[in-house]
Write a protein that binds this ligand. Sequence first.
Ligand code: 1AL
Ligand code: MN
Ligand code: MN
Length: 486
Amino acid sequence: MAVPPLKASSFLQFHAIRPLIFSISILLTLITILEALEVGGNGENGIFKEILRDEAVFRLKELGKVSDREGYLERTFLSPASLRAADLIISWMQDAGLRTWVDQMGNIHGRTEAITTSSKALIIGSHMDTVVDAGMYDGLLGIISAISAVKALKISKKLEKLQRPVEVIAFSDEEGIRFQSTFLGSAAIAGTLARSILQVSDKSGFTLQDVLKENSVEATEEILSKVKYNSESVWGYVEVHIEQGPVLETLDYPLGIVKGIAGQTRLKVMVSGTQGHAGTVPMLLRQDPMVASAELIVTLESLCKYPDKFLTIGEGSGILQKESFSGLVCTVGELSCWPSASNVIPGQVNFTVDIRAMDDKARAAIVSEFSKQISERCDNRLVNCSIEHKHSAEATHCDKDLTSQLKHAADSAIRKLSTHDLGDMPVLMSGAGHDAMAMSKLTKIGMLFVRCRGGISHSPDEFVMKDDVWAAGLALVHFLEQHVVE
Ligand SMILES: NC(=O)NC(NC(N)=O)C(=O)[O-]
Ligand SMILES: [Mn+2]
Ligand SMILES: [Mn+2]
């Protein structure tokens, strides 16, 4: 449809108010320049409020709306929403002056080179996938803060003075929701993916190879090996992540240093019995997998609450000490049954098990004891039980030197933004897993935690105050500036 030409009257009106329009546009330009100066902050006000806080929060909210589901946030490995989110992340990486590409495992890379090409790269990243009914900060805060920090360096003309390449990576799958085999993206880069991973299938029966093929990646072991980075080309890995716990809020501190990450085991327990009529099979003749599963789940809870009731714990060589079980947590997050009808004794019940501990030997002892309990209790109930080991990651310790550099940067960021002395920065262990666990197989790692309200995570109630988003971004700016040659 042709656009009707301006009518004479409105054209004249336009001319009458033209001086006003001109002065408004001058004023707006001035404001933008002043904001850019404020944002650029080359002087003492190098705090980049508009970029590290306002724009970062805006982008987090934007990504928080990109979901595969109506009404709640879910964005799993290479799903349609993940592809839409990738477009946004790529555009923001390019806005920050980064060269971007997507690798064969769906990881998004944004890289800027150094003044000396031979240097080893500093990688900063986190994951772009989410759990089901997720919060908008888990994973994404680490990606957005990294991009914003690079943008701040670009504005302050320091990006071209880096002594080492800096690469931001948005990993495609950390939560492992789709294939129950977490760290798909970061493990591919670290080169630790199991060969069999391509044949793992999701709930719809699609294998990882099918899903990659659907995204025009002919995934073979040989092609996946191209995703792997050479450890000689990487200086270190840093990840900013929400704490997902209450410690920083309790201590009223915006940031915290991560000392290490708990090891984790994921199992799938399959219980099969005799399917039957709810009204006619006498209780004593039932081989009911639902009740067997209930008993196993309650047993798992007792084992993880009171391990000393099941295991020999205490003094003496070869005996696990009580403190080895610190941070021990066990969760059954998924349960499915067949045929799932109210008047049918199920024939099959499957449930997931997530076991974590700071000490790998303690975790192994719990896994072994639970396997024993499963075998005994299923025999007693005349049901068949089997266990599939889906995932295991060792407890991981952060590199001391990298961590102290990261702490120094975070301390200086907090001093810039806080009106009073907050005291020493808290040092925490992480019960949650992170891509840093996978990346620790490739290079040294450091992690920075950000306070989140109530310690809530894996929930739509997950929340980070915008000034804490700001502090996280500024900490990364100060950390990157440690790698700038003045
Ligand atoms: N930061 C996380 O939420 N990570 C989650 N994902 C893995 N892989 O651990 C988890 O369950 O802890
Ligand atoms: Mn998570
Ligand atoms: Mn996470």
